[in-house]
Design a protein around this ligand. Structure first.
Ligand SMILES: *[C@@H]1O[C@H](CO)[C@@H](O)[C@H](O)[C@H]1NC(C)=O
Length: 314
């Protein structure tokens, strides 16, 4: 009897440890904040990636913040409005297009049986600025292994190699680029000085997601893709693209707010002929700029626990 109790205690302790290590802890890095340096663990629905809002001290899923492009692309606009843009699998779409910055996303996906559209995910980004081309992408993998790095990076066509440890950094000083691993594998930040910063995580479609959303994922391909959060420092008031347009001051959203799945249509306005082509209809890259948007105070957003509602405030 005693032996069983001890065994149970050990198992319980193990379970706690696993749970603690499968969820990340985060803290606010602004010394002026009331919660500076206080560790808080990430909520279950974003156990791997959350951030502390230093103003409210609330923990927020990175995919619920303005500038997020996650999952079957679910966007949070600069205006705080959540929407989906499905595009089409194996095609490229202009998500940000501004005179000095252009970002295309390559969509992968599959057609579910009996569906009129594709399930899609963002596999890679082509980022253009000055005369440079920066690539970040998820490699195609059959079954997911967290211990294998499925991230690909290149700058002006040359592969960028980063040692697999947190904090490993690659500088490209002449272009103002800094790429840093935020986890040992599968997660980096990319900063283009004075222009933008993003954090991207390579994630698979899990069996559970496949079952819930009826993606019908097989063991040949787990559709590894990117979950991304963008910050922009120098957008002009001409900015366009699926995500970019939502940063224009006074932008009136064209999606139906309040429904569970607001969808942005008009795919033909955003489609580009390849990952580094700036030929979408809404393209602004290289055009004259009519003024920079002054950054407003950041929005703080929260999705309801049911995952249906979505609320932002300044
Ligand atoms: C900021 O935007 C302006 C206008 O689009 C552009 O001329 C300038 O090069 C940009 N600066 C950076 C660092 O991207």
């Amino acid at each position: 009897m005693a032996a069983i109790v001890i065994l149970e205690t050990i198992l319980f302790a193990l379970a706690l440890m696993v749970q603690r290590t499968s969820s990340w802890s985060v803290s606010c890095s602004n010394p002026n904040s009331a919660c500076y340096g206080q560790l808080q663990s990430c909520p279950a629905k974003c156990a791997q990636w959350c951030e502390v809002d230093c103003t409210t001290c609330n923990v927020q899923c990175a995919c619920d913040k303005p500038g997020a492009v996650c999952q079957d692309p679910r966007f949070i606009g600069g205006d705080g409005v959540m929407f989906y843009f499905h595009g089409e699998k194996d095609k490229d779409f202009c998500i940000v297009s501004d005179p000095a910055l252009h970002i295309n996303a390559h969509f992968i996906g599959k057609r579910g049986s009996g569906m009129k559209r594709d399930f899609t995910w963002v596999q890679s980004l082509g980022i253009l600025f000055s005369s440079h081309q920066l690539y970040i992408g998820a490699q195609t993998v059959a079954s997911w292994d967290n211990n294998v790095d499925a991230l690909s990076l290149s700058f002006d066509g040359q592969p960028v190699i980063l040692p697999p440890r947190i904090g490993a950094t690659h500088h490209i000083s002449e272009a103002g680029v800094e790429i840093t691993r935020v986890q040992g594998k599968n997660a980096v930040t990319i900063e283009v000085k004075g222009s933008m910063k993003l954090e991207a995580h390579v994630v698979p479609i899990t069996k559970q997601e496949s079952r819930v959303h009826k993606y019908e994922i097989t063991s040949e391909n787990c559709f590894a893709h990117l979950d991304i959060n963008f910050q922009f420092f120098n957008l002009s008031s001409d900015v366009n693209g699926v995500l970019g347009q939502t940063y224009v001051p006074g932008y009136k959203t064209r999606v139906k707010v309040g429904v569970p799945m607001p969808i942005l249509g008009g795919d033909q306005n955003y489609v580009a002929s390849s990952l580094f082509e700036t030929d979408c209809t809404v393209s602004k890259f290289g055009a004259a700029s009519s003024g920079i948007i002054r950054p407003a105070s950041p929005l703080s957003c929260k999705s309801s626990d049911s995952g249906r509602g979505f609320l932002c405030r300044r």
